[in-house]
Design a protein. Structure first.
Length: 103
């Protein structure tokens, strides 16, 4: 069972690093997918940040917002956290040049 999650949820800018920390009774998987727009709706745009990662309970996990996708686009990072008992949490964080500046 997932006990606690530490993740700032404000919009992400290109090249920004963010730390995710999860506490659980069991092993954890973190999956990250990047969705850029245009087109609208945003489509999955695989990159070096995307993937599925094994994370230990309490271990800080750092990910970086890919500049190659979000330098000139807006979109979202989908973060899915699953433990081995099947407990899941999902976050959709706005990302991009305009997500932060408000343009």
């Amino acid at each position: 069972m997932i006990k606690e999650i530490s993740l700032a949820q404000h919009p992400l800018s290109p090249n920004e690093e963010r730390i995710l920390q999860v506490w659980s009774d069991t092993s954890l998987q973190v999956q990250i997918e990047c969705f850029g727009s245009p087109p609208d709706p945003p489509i999955l745009q695989p990159c070096s940040t995307c993937g599925s990662f094994a994370v230990e309970s309490g271990q800080p996990f750092t990910f970086k917002v890919p500049d190659e996708i979000f330098r000139m686009k807006n979109g979202k990072l989908h973060i899915k956290i699953t433990d081995s008992s099947g407990d899941k949490r999902e976050y959709k964080l706005p990302a991009g040049k305009f997500a932060v500046s408000g343009e």
